[in-house]
Design a protein around this ligand. Structure first.
Ligand SMILES: [Zn+2]
Length: 112
């Protein structure tokens, strides 16, 4: 178990805009304090041209589709925030994989 990302190692079913807001706020805070790394490369590859997660307003309005990738810089666990808001709020936050340790090893230590 990884003590850094343990709090995020859970599947969250998102069924309302309020729930999406609360997940976005938590994940943004985690990226801001260095717990999670926002993977803009994977996110852009998944959905070309989407707004950066860090520029997304958690209070909405949200685009029709959100597909964002994150990873833990300690253990390399990869998390995905995949939401479709168009057909009524529906989506998930979940563990989607693990980066090779080699990639994790090159990430720079955060100040503080
Ligand atoms: Zn971790």
């Amino acid at each position: 178990m990884c003590t850094v990302c343990d709090a995020f190692d859970t599947k969250i079913e998102i069924r309302s805009p309020g729930q999406l807001e609360s997940v976005c706020v938590k994940v943004k805070a985690a990226v801001a304090d260095g717990t999670l790394v926002y993977n803009s490369f994977e996110s852009d590859r998944e959905l070309i041209g989407q707004q950066s997660f860090m520029e997304l307003d958690p209070a909405g309005p949200f685009p029709d589709v959100l597909r964002y990738h994150f990873h833990c810089k300690r253990c390399g666990n990869c998390y995905g925030l995949f939401v479709e808001t168009y057909h009524g709020a529906g989506g998930t936050w979940s563990l989607v994989g693990n980066l090779p340790s080699l990639i994790v090893g090159v990430s720079q230590p955060q100040p503080g």
